[in-house]
Ligand binder design. Structure first.
Ligand code: C2E
Ligand code: CA
Ligand code: CA
Length: 756
C-alpha cells in the first residue's frame, strides 16, 4: 500500500524512513493518522487540507486505505495509530461500523481515536455503535472543511494522548507495585539491589545489562569502605564488591559519583544514573548503560519508581537492623539463640551430624556475683567469658549467648571435649582489676544423638545441662537418647492426663486403716487412680509428679478433696460413722492461695465432720516449706481438720520442724515396714519414729503392712495403727462398702475413731 506524508511525499508502509524517530531527527515523532475511504478524493483533500500543520507540537503522517479490507490488513501489522478517519459506507452499507468492531474487539486497539465520516447527510449510524465502540466523533464529509477537520483531529489527538498517558502510567504503576512487592520479598540489601536491576530493566524495557547499584555507607564508614558496588548485571557483573574507584570505568565512575554527590538522577546521552535516597544516608545509585527517552509522563513514572525503591531501601535497611537485633546479643556481640539454631539447622541439614557437638556452658553462681558486685561488673564478666571462649576455641566454633549466663558452642567434637571446655575456666578472670574464679556446669549433645532440627538439638543440650545442674554441678553431662525418651514419654503422659481429666478417667480408691490395738477399722486413705483408655491403670507415682510439675495438681487436688469429703459423708449415711478420711495433699496445692477456701468449700458442701478429715503432707514438704506450712497448717487446724506426716523417715528429719508444726500423726514409710522382720537393726528406725511420735503426743500409723508378723512387731513397738495389703487393698466405693460390711470388727456404727 501507499502512504503519503503531509508533505505529499509518497512512502511505502513498512519503510523505516516512514517513521522518523524523535531521537534521531531531533523532533518528536509525528502523529500517525489512518484515512479509510473508498473515495480517492477524500484522501487527497484531507492530506491537502492538513499539509504542514502540527498538532500539539507534532507533525502528522497519513496512512491510506481505500477499503475496510485494506484497513484491516494495515492494522494487522501496524497498530501505532493515533486517529482513524473512517468512512461508514464502503464495500457494504456498514463496512465502517464492522471495521470499528474489529479494531476495538479483535485488535484490542482501545487507545486509537476514531472519527466516523459519511457521504450521506442524514445517514446516522446507530447511537449504540458510537457508545459501545468508543467513537470519538461523527461528521458528514461536507462538514469537514479544513478548520473543522483540524479541530476534530486536534481533539482526537489530544484525547489519544491522554488515554495513552493514563494507560502508560497505569502499566507503569502496575510494574512499580509489582516491583516493590517483589523487592520487599527479597531479604538483605544485596538481594534488594540485585532486584532493583531486574525491576528497572523491566520497567524501562531494557536488558538487565550494564546496570550497577552502588551503596554509599554513612560518612564515618566512608574512609573504611568507600562506596561499593553491591549488585551488578550483564557485563558489569564482575564488578560486584569492588570499591567504586576500582571499577576501572571512568565514565561510569563519574556518573555514579555525581549522582551520589548531587543526590539526583542524571540523564546522559548514552546512560542513565538513578538516585535512591535513604534517610539513613546509605544512598544508592543505579547506573544503566541505556539512555532513557524521558518525556513528562515517563519522568513522573520514574520518580514514583525511585521513591518507591527508596522506601523499600529504607525498609530493607531497617530489616537488616532488626535482623541484627534479632540474631545478635547486644552485650557481647555474639550470635544469639536464633542464629545458633539457624547454624545448627545448617549443620544438621549438611549431613555433618557425625562430626559436631553442641555444648552449653552455664556459669555457676552468676546471679549472686551480679548481685554482689553490680551489674556493670556482671556485664564485664560476661564479655570476658565470651572473649575467653572465643579466643581459646577459635573461629572454627560457633559461639552464641543464649541467656544471661548461658553460652553455647557449636563445633567439631574433638574441639569440644569436656576437658577442653573445662580448661576454659581454669584461670581466673580479671575484671576491674579484680581476680575472679568462675565455675561452670555444662551440657553437651553430640549431634548424632539428636533427632530433628536445630531447635530440638538445642533442647536436648539443655536437657543435659539441666541434669548436670541437679546432679553434677560444676561438671558436665552428655545428652543421651534415654533422656529424650524420658522427656517425650513425660510430655505424652501430660497430654494424656489432660484428656483424662476432661473425660473423667480419674477416680478414687480407698484403703482402710486399722487399729493394731483393737483390730477395728478406724479410717480410710483416699488414693487416686487413672484408668487409661485401654483399661490399664496408671500408677499415681507416675502421674502425680507430672500433675505437680504441670500445675494440674491444683485442680485435681481440689477434686480429690471434694470427692473424699463427699465419700466420707456417704459412708456415714451407710452407717459407717466415725471413719476418718485421709487425703494426700501436694506442695503445689498447699502453696495455692485458694487452697484454704477449697478445703472449706469441700467441708461445707459435703457436710462432713472436719475432725474426721486428715490431710497427709510429705515429710520433705514439711521440711522445705516449714514457714509457709506453719501458717497454712494453723488455719487448717483452726477448721478442725487433722494433719498427718506421710512417708515419715524418708526425708531429712529434724525435730525442730515437728515441734513447730501442729501435726496429729506420723505415718511410717512402708520401706521400713518391709524390712522390719529382717533384723533387729531394721527395727531401729520404726522404733525411733514411734518413740519420737509419742514424745510429741502424736499417733503413729505404719504403712505397707503385708504380713501378720509385721503387724505383731509394730504393735510390740507401740505403734497404734496400720494400713496395708494384709488388711485390704485400696478399693472403689462399692467394693469398699461390701468389704466394710464383711469386716469382722466393723459393723455399721461399730467403728470408733482412734482418738489420740
Ligand atoms: P502414699 O501416700 O504413700 O500412699 C500409699 C501407697 O502405698 C499407695 O500407693 C498404696 O496403694 C500403697 N500401699 C498400701 N498398702 C500397701 C502394701 O501393703 N504394700 C505395698 N507395696 N503398697 C501398699 P498408690 O496408690 O500407688 O499411691 C502412690 C502415691 O501416690 C501415694 O503414696 C501418694 O504419694 C500419691 N497419691 C495417691 N493419691 C494421691 C492424691 O490424691 N493426691 C496426691 N497429692 N498424691 C496422691
Ligand atoms: Ca499418703
Ligand atoms: Ca506414704
Amino acid at each position: 500500500m501507499v502512504t503519503k506524508t503531509a508533505d505529499d511525499e509518497l512512502l511505502f508502509a513498512g519503510d523505516p524512513a516512514e517513521r522518523p524517530v524523535g531521537k534521531q531527527s531531533g523532533h518528536p515523532p509525528p502523529w500517525r493518522v489512518l484515512i479509510v475511504d473508498d473515495d480517492p478524493d477524500v484522501h487527497t483533500t484531507t492530506t491537502f487540507a492538513l499539509r504542514g500543520t502540527e498538532i500539539l507540537g507534532r507533525a502528522i503522517t497519513f496512512l491510506h486505505a481505500d477499503s475496510a479490507a485494506q484497513a484491516r490488513d494495515i492494522l494487522t501489522n501496524d497498530r501505532d495509530i493515533a486517529v482513524i478517519l473512517l468512512d461508514v459506507v464502503m464495500e457494504e452499507e456498514d463496512s465502517g461500523l464492522k471495521l470499528v468492531r474489529i479494531i476495538r474487539e479483535d485488535f484490542g486497539m482501545g487507545e486509537t481515536r476514531i472519527i466516523l465520516r459519511t457521504g450521506q447527510p442524514g445517514y446516522a449510524p446507530e447511537m449504540d455503535a458510537i457508545r459501545d465502540y468508543d467513537i470519538n466523533d461523527y461528521k458528514t464529509k461536507s462538514e469537514l472543511t479544513r478548520n473543522k477537520l483540524f479541530t476534530a483531529l486536534t481533539s482526537a489527538v489530544r484525547s489519544y494522548r491522554q488515554i495513552r498517558t493514563i494507560n502508560e502510567n497505569r502499566r507503569g504503576l502496575d510494574l512499580i507495585v509489582r516491583a516493590s512487592g517483589e523487592l520487599l520479598a527479597l531479604s538483605g540489601i544485596r538481594n534488594f539491589a540485585a532486584g532493583i536491576i531486574t525491576q528497572m530493566s523491566a520497567l524501562l524495557g531494557v536488558m538487565p545489562e550494564g546496570l550497577i547499584c552502588v551503596q554509599r555507607p554513612p560518612e564515618i564508614e566512608l574512609a573504611e569502605d568507600g562506596t561499593l558496588v553491591i549488585a551488578a548485571a550483564g557485563r558489569y557483573a564482575s564488578l560486584i564488591n569492588l570499591p567504586i574507584d576500582e571499577i576501572g570505568n571512568e565514565r561510569v565512575f563519574n556518573s555514579l559519583n555525581r549522582c551520589l554527590d548531587e543526590e539526583h538522577h542524571i540523564f546522559e546521552a548514552d546512560s542513565t544514573t538513578l538516585f535512591f535516597g535513604s534517610r539513613t544516608h546509605r544512598n544508592m545509585a543505579a547506573y544503566l548503560d541505556a539512555p532513557i527517552d524521558i518525556d513528562d509522563s515517563s519522568r513522573q513514572l520514574l520518580e514514583v519508581f525511585c521513591t518507591n525503591i527508596s522506601i523499600g531501601l529504607e525498609n530493607t535497611l531497617l530489616f537488616s537492623q532488626l535482623h541484627d537485633y534479632a540474631y545478635f546479643d547486644s552485650l557481647t556481640g555474639l550470635p544469639n539463640r536464633r542464629s545458633l539454631i539457624n547454624k545448627l539447622d545448617e549443620r544438621l541439614l549438611g549431613g555433618e551430624r557425625g562430626r559436631y557437638s553442641l555444648a552449653l556452658i552455664d556459669l555457676d553462681g552468676f546471679a549472686e556475683t551480679n548481685d554482689a558486685l553490680g551489674h556493670q561488673y556482671g556485664d564485664e564478666l560476661l564479655k570476658a567469658v565470651a572473649e575467653r571462649i572465643r579466643s581459646i576455641l577459635g573461629p572454627q566454633c560457633t559461639l552464641a549467648r543464649l541467656s544471661a549466663d548461658t553460652f553455647a558452642v557449636l563445633g567439631q567434637i574433638e574441639l569440644l571435649l569436656p576437658a577442653n571446655l573445662q580448661a576454659l575456666f581454669r584461670d581466673a578472670f580479671v575484671i576491674q582489676e579484680q581476680e575472679l574464679m568462675i565455675a561452670s556446669t555444662m551440657g553437651i549433645a553430640h549431634l548424632v544423638d539428636v533427632d530433628g532440627n536445630g531447635a530440638e538439638a538445642l533442647k536436648d543440650a539443655y536437657l543435659a545441662l539441666r541434669r548436670a545442674k541437679t546432679h553434677a554441678r560444676g561438671e558436665y553431662m552428655f545428652f543421651t537418647r534415654d533422656m529424650a525418651t524420658e522427656i517425650r514419654e513425660r510430655s505424652k503422659l501430660m497430654q494424656a492426663l489432660r484428656v483424662a481429666i476432661e473425660r473423667q478417667r480419674l477416680f478414687l480408691c480407698y484403703q482402710p486403716q486399722i487399729s493394731l490395738v483393737t483390730g477395728q477399722v478406724i479410717g480410710l486413705e483416699a488414693l487416686l487412680r487413672w484408668r487409661a483408655e485401654d483399661g490399664r491403670l496408671i500408677e499415681p507415682s507416675r502421674f502425680i509428679p507430672i500433675a505437680e510439675h504441670s500445675g494440674m495438681i491444683v485442680s485435681i487436688g481440689d477434686w480429690v478433696l471434694r470427692m473424699s469429703c463427699f465419700q466420707q459423708a456417704e459412708l456415714s449415711r451407710h452407717g459407717f460413722k466415725n471413719l476418718s478420711m485421709a487425703i494426700n495433699v501436694s506442695v503445689g496445692q498447699f502453696r495455692h492461695p485458694r487452697f484454704l477456701a477449697a478445703l472449706q468449700g469441700a467441708l461445707a458442701d459435703s457436710g462432713v465432720d472436719p475432725r474426721l478429715i486428715e490431710l497427709e503432707i510429705t515429710e520433705s514438704m514439711a521440711m522445705e516449706e516449714a514457714d509457709l506450712l506453719a501458717k497454712t497448717l494453723d488455719s487448717i487446724k483452726g477448721l478442725g481438720v487433722r494433719i498427718a506426716i506421710d512417708d515419715f523417715g524418708t526425708g531429712f528429719s529434724s525435730l525442730s520442724y515437728l515441734q513447730r508444726l501442729q501435726v496429729d500423726r506420723l505415718k511410717i514409710d512402708r520401706a521400713f515396714v518391709a524390712e522390719i522382720t529382717h533384723s533387729e537393726r531394721a527395727r531401729r528406725i520404726p522404733e525411733l519414729v514411734i518413740q519420737l511420735g509419742h514424745k510429741l503426743g502424736l499417733t503413729v500409723l505404719a504403712e505397707g503392712v503385708e504380713e501378720q508378723e509385721q503387724a505383731d512387731i509394730l504393735l510390740q513397738l507401740g505403734c497404734e495403727d496400720a494400713q496395708g495389703f494384709y488388711y485390704a487393698r485400696p478399693m472403689e466405693p462399692q467394693q469398699l462398702i461390701d468389704w466394710l460390711r464383711a469386716y469382722p470388727v466393723c459393723s455399721p456404727d461399730g467403728g470408733a475413731p482412734n482418738d489420740a
